[in-house]
Design a protein around this ligand. Structure first.
Ligand code: CP
Ligand code: NVA
Length: 299
């Protein structure tokens, strides 16, 4: 059966646990100078309709370190930019590569691509979800603290793609998720018992084991940047807010971060912050994910 990874719900809890362990195993191997030939002669096709630093570099490096290669396409330099349909593009590309990763605007695009694809498709971020980042966040939590089950996680800021993926993670991995967003920027649906909207950021963060935020204006929201900066002013993760979480709480941010807006310099660079580890774990996690999808699609 062909396996895709369009949202976290495409994996079971035990599959996520397996990928977390494998990512940390691959990280250890790399630290010891070992880069196993996981993807010998395999090719990853990458389609980016939005900017990226971490996602592109982690996927491309994963393939190179594993003995394969990656092809980077944008809609500016492919026929997609001149109107070739998603379905046709998928049918062609998936006959030439072993696995595909797409970063795009609408979630429907990755759904359509996966429907017509002969090979596994990975969502590298859509307006709705960012599942690869959540996997890396789960790896990072496990690396520093162990199981996330029954822990309290707080989401501060925009009810965006990252927030949606955190809600999925809370349901699958059984942690409590408290969400604090300015009025009008809440996630569209909160349909799980263990996810709840808090009255304000201070209540949300009270006793948290993990505090997470993201940019106030995601890719595609640039025209709202100024208005959002006004609306989100009370939602900066600063030290006063972090002091309400557990003393050893972790702080995560998928990056890129804007110091002085969604997070203060003090918190981003402070003792609770694990953002650089979180970014590095994208690499180890990507390898584990690609390996899992290729192996489980063979069966
Ligand atoms: N966190 C993340 O996905 O970063 P990029 O946009 O740089 O890929
Ligand atoms: N929410 C952000 C995440 C960037 C990695 C965006 O969609 O732009």
């Amino acid at each position: 059966m062909r396996r895709h990874f369009l949202s976290l719900k495409d994996l079971t809890k035990s599959e996520i646990d397996f990928i977390i362990e494998r990512a940390l195993e691959l990280k250890k191997l790399k630290t010891n100078g070992l880069r196993p030939n996981l993807f010998e002669r395999k090719v990853l096709g990458m389609i980016f309709e939005k900017s990226s630093t971490r996602t592109r570099v982690s996927f491309e490096s994963s393939m190179i370190e594993g003995g394969g290669g990656a092809i980077f396409l944008t809609n500016r330099d492919s026929q997609m930019g001149r109107g070739e349909s998603i379905a046709d593009t998928s049918r062609v590309i998936s006959r030439m590569v072993d696995i595909v990763m797409i970063r795009t605007h609408s979630h429907e695009t990755v759904e359509t691509f996966s429907k017509y694809s002969d090979v596994p498709v990975i969502n590298g971020l859509t307006k709705a979800f960012h599942p690869c980042q959540i996997l890396a966040d789960l790896v990072t939590y496990f690396e520093f603290k162990g199981s996330i089950e029954n822990k309290k996680v707080t989401w501060i800021g925009d009810g965006n793609n990252m927030c949606n993926s955190y809600m999925e993670a809370a349901q699958i991995m059984d942690f409590q998720l408290d969400i604090a967003c300015p009025k009008g920027f809440e996630p569209t649906a909160i349909d799980a018992n263990n996810c709840k909207l808090a009255e304000n950021p201070y209540d949300a963060v009270d006793g948290a084991d993990l505090v997470v935020t993201d940019v106030w204006a995601s890719m595609g929201d640039e025209s709202e940047k100024m208005d959002r900066e006004k609306a989100f002013i009370e939602f900066q993760v600063d030290q006063r807010l972090m002091d309400r979480a557990k003393p050893d709480a972790l702080f995560m941010h998928c990056l890129p971060a804007y110091r002085g807006l969604e997070v203060s310099e003090e918190v981003l660079e402070g003792v609770n912050s694990v953002v650089w580890h979180e970014a590095e774990n994208r690499l180890h996690c990507q390898k584990a994910l690609i390996e899992f999808l290729l192996n489980s699609s063979k069966r």
